[in-house]
Design a protein around this ligand. Structure first.
Ligand SMILES: Nc1ncnc2c1ncn2[C@@H]1O[C@H](COP(=O)(O)OP(=O)(O)OP(=O)(O)O)[C@@H](O)[C@H]1O
Ligand SMILES: [Mg+2]
Length: 215
């Protein structure tokens, strides 16, 4: 089966003196959702930014849905939920915000409307459609940010610490969403029980490489 996300021999350092990712390999195929844990500063967000084409590796390759990830080029197949949802909410209303992605992909208006409605329903944020994004609570912002990604119908979704700043009830809502939404991908988190409840496999990022987590 073709990999949806495939990383081979990935090397990356912000400065030559401090190598961060050192020959990292990873494969995500249909049905896989990989949980990633690791110490603060070990390179988890950096890995996600490399997959998203925000950063460029010094060595190695990243392919998404069979296409090489090229830094600076948008990849509609890959959705990224950033660590801070405020970094990806830009619309004047929630509905406009969630519509932004599919509109920019050239989706016809009627289909944009349908995709927005479906994304809001999936994340249980339909009642927030006319609200101003920056006035939402942290948990509401998180779910709206996810809706904005879902509306683009990506084949793979990467989440960077999605439970950060969420209370128990919001965590439960996010967990329920992730258990019901089967889009493959990767979830970075420090919360191992959360990862166990929503991932098919958990790995630890240590010394620049991924290793299966011994639980
Ligand atoms: N733009 C940058 N320039 C230089 N160093 C950076 C840059 N961005 C991150 N770093 C450093 O690279 C290392 C890895 O950062 P990264 O954000 O990937 O860690 P992380 O594993 O996501 O940590 P956390 O669990 O705290 O989110 C850290 O030491 C960080 O200070
Ligand atoms: Mg991080």
């Amino acid at each position: 089966m073709a990999a949806l996300l495939e990383i081979r021999n990935l090397h990356f350092a912000y400065t030559a003196a401090e190598p961060l990712l050192q020959g990292l390999n990873l494969q995500i195929t249909a049905g896989d959702r990989l949980g990633i844990i690791g110490d603060n500063g070990c390179g988890k967000t950096t890995l996600l930014l490399l997959c998203a084409g925000v950063l460029s590796p010094q060595q190695g390759s990243i392919h998404c849905c069979g296409h090489p990830v090229v830094a600076g080029q948008f990849q509609p197949q890959l959705g990224v939920v950033l660590q801070n949802p405020a970094d990806q909410l830009i619309g004047a209303t929630v509905a406009e915000d969630v519509a932004f992605g599919p509109q920019n992909l050239g989706v016809p208006p009627a289909a944009v409307h349908r995709q927005v409605a479906e994304a809001l329903a999936a994340t249980q944020t339909t009642h927030l459609a006319q609200r101003v994004p920056h006035q939402l609570s942290g948990g509401e912002k998180r779910m709206v940010a996810i809706a904005g990604i879902l509306a683009m119908r990506p084949h793979v979704i990467l989440y960077d610490e999605p439970t950060a700043f969420l209370d128990r009830r919001s965590c439960q809502a996010l967990t329920a969403f992730l258990q019901q939404n089967e889009t493959p991908g990767m979830i970075i988190s420090h919360d191992v029980p959360f990862l166990q409840s929503v991932c098919t496999q958990i790995m630890a990022l240590e010394a620049g490489q991924l290793r299966p987590l011994a639980l």
